[in-house]
Design a protein around this ligand. Structure first.
Ligand code: NDP
Length: 280
């Protein structure tokens, strides 16, 4: 009997992860024989769990909160975007047994924005709220689209300033605190804070979003997040959450593992339909 290739996502908490469902839909769509599970793994248990997973024949892993930096440290080789982001969400076992680390979050975001929602990034004023792992992962891919300005605003101001310095180069890129946003306007505001996970919203001035600009919360939920609602209340042309990004980053991981690129739109449609169903 042919062996079924094993994949998994490690994280904590992991119970509500949609990744097993997404990869199941990709596997069906592309006729790939694989099994993908979600496993609760703490930071302390991470290294041993990775060794065990691959010793047991695992082929590839996704790593999510709070493990992305540990995965970055563990990887034997890194993609350029993983090197820049200092975080790894995808581990691929190579033929010689070594682990290749990549970060597909940023391209997942830009694919959702540009391919799925037709949003132009070039020449635009972009604001990122937050300076944690997700913010770090999206800056490089956003900069490849050549916005005219990228501002990183964070609660702990020095972290935003530090990130801006790290990525300084061609584009005008600045770090600041939320209080310094007053009087400025952006075409695209990305919420890369984890505030939505606790139903909170960073303090944002009223005129921050340009008329018909775009709001995008990297977090996703069955109901509109506080930031998605804020966008709708502030005349956003589009106010979106991160479900599309989740599917797009998963598709990029799937491609790295299987060398087959799944179509993402049908999977996003299924997940959107599933989250509209009333909870039983
Ligand atoms: P981190 O813990 O690394 O960073 C959290 C960030 O949020 C920090 O900048 C922190 O500020 C800020 N923050 C937390 N609470 C608040 C608050 N109440 N008000 C203002 N700022 C706050 O998390 P990640 O970067 O890994 O994740 C951020 C978000 O992105 C999460 O919601 C996550 O679910 C989402 N995400 C979505 C993905 C997708 O595929 N859709 C992929 C990856 C992440 P400070 O520095 O001051 O503590």
């Amino acid at each position: 009997m042919p062996v079924t290739d094993q994949y998994a996502v490690f994280g904590q908490p992991i119970k509500h992860s949609k990744s097993p469902r997404i990869h199941q839909l990709f596997a069906i769509q592309t006729a790939q024989r694989l099994n993908y599970t979600a496993r609760e793994v703490s930071s302390d248990a991470f290294l041993a769990a990775v060794e065990q997973f691959f010793a047991d024949g695992g082929k590839g892993l996704n790593c999510t909160v709070p493990l992305k930096q540990l995965a970055w440290e563990r990887a034997d080789q890194l993609s350029e975007r993983a090197m820049l982001s200092k975080a790894v969400n995808t581990l691929v076992q190579q033929k010689d047994g070594s682990l290749y680390g990549d970060n597909t979050d940023g391209v997942g975001l830009t694919a959702d924005l540009t391919d799925n929602h037709g949003i132009v990034l070039s020449g635009k004023r972009i604001l990122i709220l937050g300076a944690g792992g997700a913010a770090r992962g999206i800056i490089g891919p956003l900069l490849t689209h050549k916005p005219c300005l990228l501002v990183i605003a964070n609660r702990t101001v020095v972290k935003g300033e530090h990130l801006a310095r790290e990525f300084a180069g061609g584009t005008d890129i600045r770090g600041c605190g939320f209080s310094q946003l007053r009087g400025h306007q952006f075409d695209l505001i990305l919420n890369a804070t984890s505030a939505s996970l606790s139903n909170a919203l960073p303090p944002l001035p009223d005129q921050l979003l340009a008329d018909h600009g775009t709001c995008y919360d990297l977090a996703y939920a069955n109901l509109p997040t506080p930031f998605v609602r804020w966008g709708l209340q502030h005349n956003a042309g589009k106010s979106l959450d991160g479900l599309g990004m989740l599917v797009e980053q998963a598709a990029e991981s799937f491609y790295l593992w299987r060398n087959v690129r799944p179509a993402t739109s049908p999977v996003i449609e299924v997940l959107n339909a599933e989250r509209r169903q009333p909870v039983k």
